[in-house]
Design a protein around this ligand. Structure first.
Ligand SMILES: [Mn+2]
Length: 338
């Protein structure tokens, strides 16, 4: 069946089809402009597990969504297709998970990074394999003219994608929605920690700005980093709320966020940027955060601003029906704006 036939025959308002495809859509790889790349990975997750199962949970939850979207009624017609969840990556994660957890526990009991140097190095090499795999997958997909939405896994997963974009684009900014700044240097000795992803991304000179929204759990090292790198601008959750209480509207604040971004933007969406009632089983939930509509309004205004959204990711979605339901809806929002 041609893509046109699929478009003609598909009823987006019909019963969600359980056809094994994301959102129950009829498309195959060839028909789709948007490819979702799942990365089932959570090797350096320090508290609470399950985000490596996030892509499967989202895939299972996705057919129940209504595809009609007030702002983007025809978005699904671009064709959206999710690649198979890589067994190799999942197996690599599962093979090393116990070792990584053991290293975290040993540090909690007083061992230092120096004591565990050789074993940490092993984990860093495994994480680097995943990073390279993501880099190659994203490069190949982009070279075939596809728009890529990466679906984690923990927040370490998009680094290879950001690096692939840095090869393709001279300069772009990152909009990061997150409870955490993720600016630690090798957190717990893990060079590719979920808590270091933006520090690592900023090593690419192509990344000209990092605008963070919803941050509310941060350490001194990260505050110092934010002050030292003029590319970084952080909209802390507490400050957003204070300004709201003072009568500064969210619209004005989101306009400010968008004006801090350059013409080309990558969106990195850590689900824990939302209120944890929307993502109770994420890796590291923190009270406070954005309502679902506050986040989607920011994405809508970004799209409306005319800036070019060159890529995006959604990560840290927990393995639970409710988390997956919210995650699937946010994933669809990202597919609508890319
Ligand atoms: Mn994060």
């Amino acid at each position: 069946m041609s893509k046109q036939d699929k478009l003609d025959n598909y009823n987006p308002s019909g019963v969600g089809l359980d056809n094994g495809h994301i959102f129950g859509l009829p498309f195959e790889f060839e028909d789709a402009e948007i490819i979702i790349l799942p990365v089932p990975w959570e090797l350096t997750t320090s508290f609470g597990g399950g985000t490596s199962q996030g892509p499967q949970a989202i895939l299972n939850a996705s057919p129940q969504l209504d595809l009609y979207h007030l702002d983007y009624p025809d978005a699904w017609k671009q064709g959206i297709y999710m690649l198979d969840i890589s067994k190799e990556i999942l197996q690599l994660n599962n093979r090393w998970q116990a070792k990584a957890n053991e290293l975290i526990l040993l540090q909690e009991k007083g061992k230092t990074v120096q004591d565990l140097k050789a074993e940490l190095q092993q984990i860093n090499e495994v994480c680097d394999e995943m990073r390279k795999w993501v880099f190659e997958q994203c490069t190949t997909l982009m070279n075939r003219g596809k728009k890529v939405v990466l679906l984690g896994g923990d927040h370490s997963t998009p680094l290879g994608y950001i690096q692939a974009l840095a090869q393709k684009h001279e300069s772009f900014g990152i909009l990061q929605i997150d409870a955490h700044a993720d600016l630690r240097v090798a957190y717990e000795g893990f060079a590719y920690s979920h808590a270091s992803v933006m520090y690592n991304a900023l090593a690419s000179e192509a990344v000209s700005a990092l605008v963070q929204v919803g941050i509310r759990d941060i350490c001194q090292e990260e505050v110092d980093y934010i002050k030292s790198d003029s590319r970084v601008r952080s909209y802390f959750d507490g400050r957003i709320k204070q300004r709201l209480y003072e009568g500064i509207t969210l619209k004005e604040q989101w306009q400010s966020v968008i004006s801090d971004l350059p013409e080309k933007v990558y969106v990195s969406f850590d689900i824990d940027g939302l209120d944890p009632k929307l993502c109770p089983n994420t890796g590291t939930p923190v009270p406070g955060g954005l309502e679902f509509q506050e986040a989607t309004e920011l994405l809508r205004m970004l799209k409306e601003s005319g800036k070019q959204i060159i890529g995006c990711d959604l990560n840290e979605v927990g393995n639970n029906d409710w988390d997956a339901n919210v995650g699937a809806r946010m994933l669809y929002q990202l597919c609508c704006i890319i």
